[in-house]
Design a protein around this ligand. Structure first.
Ligand code: TPP
Ligand code: MG
Length: 381
């Protein structure tokens, strides 16, 4: 850990923002001087989170294609970043994610069932069918992602600053994409963080695309991490497909923030293997050849090779893990599919604490028209 500590302790080390920190090479072979000392159980837990995320992500894509989920933002290829970073948080810490962090939600204790209920907007959806598959949970200390790109950045900084003022020992971690670094919110947030040093960890999921816009057309900066240095925030770039690298750096950053050391920016260099969302066709703006090149860098097989190299995983155990989670998640999907739909009337709820007379009137009219439609065999979509 020494090298990493030095990297973050040396306040504004431009080399770390321009270079790339990795523990595993592309084959999954570790650099022993950087390899974190983690127990076998913990390493397998990391792997299982990656497997669960991949299977859940595939299901959400299938459910969207089946017409059961309105929209989904695929996570494929980015599992190491979201899981490595979220695992660094302690129970009391808060997370301000974006819309592409399924694995981080699982790490914080959200279940597959809660996530699928939300995505399907069925009767158990805690957000009652509100727009887009944005997940949050007060219990699990996850703030729902805002739809405008990057708005969570100043929110996270303000929350962390409030905690600092109140003397609460919490760390706030926020995820956002490469595209978000071009928004004002990133710059307001980073400026405040550099100045007031709240306990916040910024994780840029640099998946190299903001829908159809590649990073090279997004900014003239040589890396995204250098932008943090400019604001006085210690910043480091890591290989975002190397879960041990992401975890090690995020853990250092969380430890540092929790002991009064202030913010850190982590640029995690990864790649979105799937479409931006289920409403996108990436073939229109990037080549198959590029995708194939990154498929070879998929973080899951890479970590699997590491676990096998260390003798922690073998073919049988690997099959057992995938089989167990495939079966489990399929059962959950079937259960979610069998749940009733949300009653249409929920669209009138949660705007006012007490419904005003005009809304009540509209609700009554709506009920009447529903009755008529149902009597005609028509369905409200
Ligand atoms: C302020 C704002 N502008 C545009 C959009 C439309 N939009 C949604 S996601 C997205 C791209 C974001 O890219 P990035 O930050 O790299 O995150 P990624 O989707 O790659 O995870 C855009 C432009 C939006 N939601 N909000
Ligand atoms: Mg992106």
């Amino acid at each position: 850990m020494n090298l990493i500590s030095q990297a973050l302790a040396k306040d504004l080390n431009l080399d770390k923002a321009l270079g790339i920190f990795r523990v595993l090479d592309d084959q999954g072979i570790p650099d022993e001087s950087l390899e974190p000392k983690l127990s076998k159980d913990f390493l397998l837990k990391i792997y299982e989170y990656m497997v669960r995320t991949r299977i859940l992500d595939e299901w959400l894509l299938k459910l969207q294609r089946m017409g059961k989920v309105a929209i989904h933002a695929p996570n494929k290829g980015q599992e190491a970043t979201m899981i490595g970073a979220a695992l660094a948080l302690r129970e009391q810490d808060w997370m301000f994610p974006s819309y592409r962090e399924l694995g981080a939600l699982l790490v914080r204790g959200m279940s597959e069932e809660e996530i699928i209920d939300r995505a399907m907007a069925n009767a158990d959806d805690p957000l009652k069918g509100s727009d887009f598959a944005i997940y949050g949970s007060r219990d699990k200390k996850i703030v729902p992602a805002p739809v405008p790109v990057g708005n969570q950045i100043p929110h996270a900084v303000g929350f962390a600053l409030a905690a600092k003022i109140m003397g609460d020992n919490i760390v706030v971690l926020t995820f956002f994409g490469d595209g978000a670094t071009s928004r004002g919110d990133f710059h307001f947030g980073l400026n405040f963080a550099g100045l007031f040093k709240p306990p916040v960890v910024f994780v840029i999921q640099n998946n190299q695309w903001a829908i159809s816009l590649p990073v090279r057309k997004q900014t003239a900066a040589p890396t995204l991490a250098v932008k943090g240095v400019a604001y006085g925030v210690p910043s480091i770039r890591v290989d975002g497909n190397d879960v041990l690298a992401v975890y090690s750096i995020a853990k250092e950053a969380v430890d540092k923030a929790s002991s009064g050391g202030g913010p850190t920016l982590i640029e995690s260099l990864t790649y979105r293997l799937g479409p931006h969302t289920t409403a996108d066709d990436p073939k229109r703006y990037r080549s198959d050849e590029e995708v194939k090149r990154y498929e070879a860098k998929d973080p899951i097989p890479r970590f699997r090779r590491y676990l096998m190299y260390r003798g922690i995983l073998n073919e049988d155990l690997d099959r057992e893990i995938w089989g167990r989670w495939r079966d489990y998640i399929e059962t959950v999907v079937r259960r979610c599919l069998s749940k009733p739909e949300l009653p249409e009337e929920v669209i009138f709820e949660d705007v006012y604490s007490e419904m005003p007379w005009n809304l009540r009137e509209q609700l009554e009219e709506f009920r009447e028209s529903l009755k008529i439609m149902k009597s005609l065999g028509l369905k409200v979509e």
